[in-house]
Design a protein around this ligand. Structure first.
Ligand code: C5P
Length: 397
């Protein structure tokens, strides 16, 4: 039920706007109060009269309506709601949000608000798949904006693919989830991220190309679902997310100690690219060039943090997720890794040269569970994170 929940519903310009009329009815049936806002383009698809009749209150439609500004300023309008729903969210409205434009009532409300926002995108499949839209989605997810849909199917324009607005029952479920404070509320989740640096001497170290982007996105997505996130990060190049507990470490052994200190947790996600080896004997003096020849570096094996936590006898997190970056036979190697380490899931990806995945913005993953391998389409790292966080929420439910 949504009793007395205040929803500001922004109806963008798209053929799917007709579904918003039913959405208003269903929200009100559940006890919500719906304040509708129609964009200028939205008025081409549904009339202000039908929207206000169904909502049982007046519809707001223009920033420059001075009467409205006198009655209720746009700042107040944007903040007096418990949730802002944008349905349909057009490519244009999403672009404005991603870039912080405020040139009409809807975009101004969205920029001025501190209320959670849920988008139900609807657009032509090519527009959805366009690099610009995908970039904007990444930005918006990073900003903590929620999404429901779009679905795949036949479109009003005659094409087929992702871009159809989610159906009303799906939007209602997403509204209820958004207002229920997130499915991971009360859950503690540990995330490791970034590379580790293993010192050779006081000025040199062994490292790898991990940016920490995927681990950071996962921590952010888990926090957005209400989890209490402990984020143990090596020296990453991307900044850590807001709203999580950040523990900075440098070496694999520091990371293991920080992870052990942070337990217990309901779930642990090991996205860090931990160095497999460290120097057997790092020196505390800089190694000098000598006439005696080249230095010989002797390695020692680092502790395997994922395997250690997967195999602890008491207090093991109920869900342990590892990553497998492979360059060939991805599923085969990742499946073997899952068994060897003793974790519950492996998120496997192909990092071979040419994929642009390591250090890049996109990822194409295969999720390996006890039910087998499930390949996800290539998408932005924030979208991979969102899907994974939703799966984690389902597994912990
Ligand atoms: O064995 P490999 O490095 O391919 O395994 C990758 C997975 O194991 C990742 O989830 C990584 O975070 C984790 N790992 C770890 N400690 C190590 C090495 C890898 O936690 N020393």
């Amino acid at each position: 039920m949504l009793t007395s929940k205040r929803i500001l519903l922004i109806i963008g310009g798209g053929i799917a706007a007709f579904k918003s009329l039913d959405l208003i009815r269903r929200l009100r049936e559940r006890g919500a109060e719906v304040t509708p806002v129609l964009t200028r383009a939205g008025t081409e698809f549904v009339t202000p009269l039908s929207v206000s009749a169904l909502a049982g209150r007046r519809v707001f439609s223009d920033l420059f309506d001075l009467t409205d500004e006198a009655e209720m300023g746009h700042i107040e309008l944007s903040r007096s709601a418990d949730l802002i729903v944008v349905a349909p969210a057009t490519a244009d409205l999403m672009a404005k949000m991603a870039h912080g434009h405020a040139d009409d009532l809807a975009s101004t409300l969205l920029l001025a608000t501190d209320t959670p926002v849920l988008l139900a995108p609807a657009m032509n499949v090519r527009m959805w798949q366009h690099a610009a839209t995908q970039r904007n989605i990444e930005t918006l997810i990073g900003d903590g904006i929620g999404f429901v849909g779009p679905n795949e199917g036949d479109m009003a324009c005659g094409e087929h693919g992702p871009g159809r607005m989610a159906e009303v029952p799906e939007i209602l479920a997403a509204v209820e989830a958004a207002l229920a404070d997130g499915p991971l509320r009360g859950r503690r989740v540990l995330v490791t991220s970034g590379p580790t640096h293993e010192p050779i001497d006081p000025v040199r170290y062994i490292a790898n190309r991990s940016s920490g982007a995927q681990g950071t996105a996962i921590a952010r997505a888990l926090a957005a679902l209400g989890a209490e996130v402990v984020f143990v990060t090596g020296p990453a190049t991307v900044p850590p997310p807001e709203g999580v507990e950040v523990i900075r470490v440098e070496t694999a052994r520091h990371m293991l100690a920080a992870v052990e200190a942070a337990l217990p947790a309901d779930a642990a996600i090991f996205a860090a690219a931990v160095a497999d080896w460290r120097m057997a004997q790092p020196t505390d003096r800089k190694i000098k060039k000598t006439e005696g020849g080249l230095p010989v570096l002797e390695f020692a094996e680092n502790p395997d943090i994922l395997a250690t936590v997967s195999q602890i006898a008491e207090g093991r997190p109920s869900l342990v997720v590892g990553f497998a970056a492979e360059t060939h036979d991805v599923v085969e190697h990742a499946t073997a890794k899952r068994a060897r380490k003793g974790c519950d899931w492996i998120v496997a990806n192909d990092v071979s040269a040419g994929t642009g995945i390591m250090g890049g913005t996109e990822n194409a993953v295969t999720l390996i569970t006890d039910e087998g391998a499930e390949s996800w389409p290539r998408m932005g790292k924030a979208q991979v994170a969102r899907h994974l966080a939703e799966r984690i929420a389902q597994a912990l439910a």
